[in-house]
Design a binder for this molecule. Structure first.
Ligand code: HSE
Length: 312
């Protein structure tokens, strides 16, 4: 039996929603798991890239051995149901740039779990799959929207369960993903964050997150322009992303730009805008990154509402 799932990219955090907000984007990986017919053939993991996007796809972070994150997640599910994953062929077809803050690892973890869950006869429900995916990934904010689609708030509770709800993203707000040609591993980007933050900064972020949720629910542009500020992670990560400060500054007074944020742990940058200034955004970002000798790909996207889906 052979099962394939198509799983979207995601952008996490959205400024102040550190480790709890994420949104699905229409760029996809396809994960296929096949039960090997011949006994004792063992586990085989193959990682392939989509040729159209070859330039930004480096596959070094997806090893094809036992360290592969899909295999690890699949093994977690198998052991939960008291079985061993012995004879499987896992194919990972990547189209989401790796180590750019676009949820490539969340996407393959979710795809692997969905496929394995089907092969096992659907023992895990949505909440259980999310818990396993979060354990494999370390935080829920990418895996939740990768599974469910749309904009999702999620929280890992002390007992390991995930509380999550979908929110409605205003369809008229455009999302531009600016993807540079360099990688930034999430562990490196997390290592620059402080162990403790001041009450002043924590309070600043609480206020911004409250504003952000209200602005999204009510399509309040004025509030949104203030709401995307953050003091928990971006100020520390800026130095890892040449040009981020300059790009943010370039759009600070642009009427139709609602905010510029680091996508997940970076280095991709997300710009939220309204009306039609997508060409201007693209030209400005390209020009700034060119000055830093950084090649980039700029994608104008809409929120992906469906989430992971089976490929028939
Ligand atoms: N919330 C996580 C972080 C997302 O910012 O480190 C990682 O993709």
């Amino acid at each position: 039996m052979k099962v394939s799932y198509k799983v979207p990219a995601t952008t996490a955090n959205l400024g102040p929603g550190f480790d709890c907000l994420g949104m699905a984007l229409p760029i996809y990986n396809i994960i296929t798991i096949e039960e090997t017919v011949m006994p004792s053939t063992g586990i085989e993991v193959n990682v392939m890239k989509d040729d159209d996007n070859a330039e930004l796809l480096e596959l070094n972070d997806l090893p094809e051995d036992k360290d592969n994150i899909v295999l690890k997640a699949v093994e977690m599910l198998y052991s939960l149901v008291g079985q061993e994953a012995n004879e499987l062929k896992i194919n990972i077809n990547t189209n989401i740039p790796i180590a750019r803050g676009l949820g490539s690892s969340a996407s393959v973890i979710v795809g692997g779990l969905l496929a394995a869950n089907e092969l096992l006869g659907f023992p895990a429900d949505e909440a259980a799959l999310l818990s396993i995916a979060t354990e494999a990934e370390g935080h829920p904010d990418n895996v939740a929207p990768a599974l469910l689609g749309g904009l999702v708030m999620s929280s890992m509770e002390d007992d390991g369960s995930i509380l999550y709800r979908k929110l409605n993203w205003p369809q008229e707000w455009h999302i531009t993903a600016c993807i540079p040609d360099f990688e930034l591993a999430t562990n490196v980007s997390r290592s620059v964050l402080p162990e403790n933050v001041s009450l002043k900064d924590a309070s600043f972020n609480s206020r911004r997150l409250a504003m952000l949720i209200h602005a999204i629910n009510t399509k309040d542009v004025k509030l949104m322009k203030v709401a995307l500020e953050d003091r928990l992670h971006q100020p520390y990560r800026e130095k890892l992303i040449p040009g981020f400060k300059e790009i943010k500054e370039a759009f600070k007074h642009e009427e139709d730009v609602l905010g510029t944020v680091i996508s997940g742990a970076g280095p991709a940058i997300i710009i939220i805008s309204k009306n039609n200034i997508l060409d201007k955004i693209q030209d400005t970002v390209k020009e700034i990154w060119d000055n830093f000798n950084i090649h980039s790909e700029i994608k104008n996207l809409t929120v992906e509402l469906e989430g992971a889906s089976k490929v028939e």
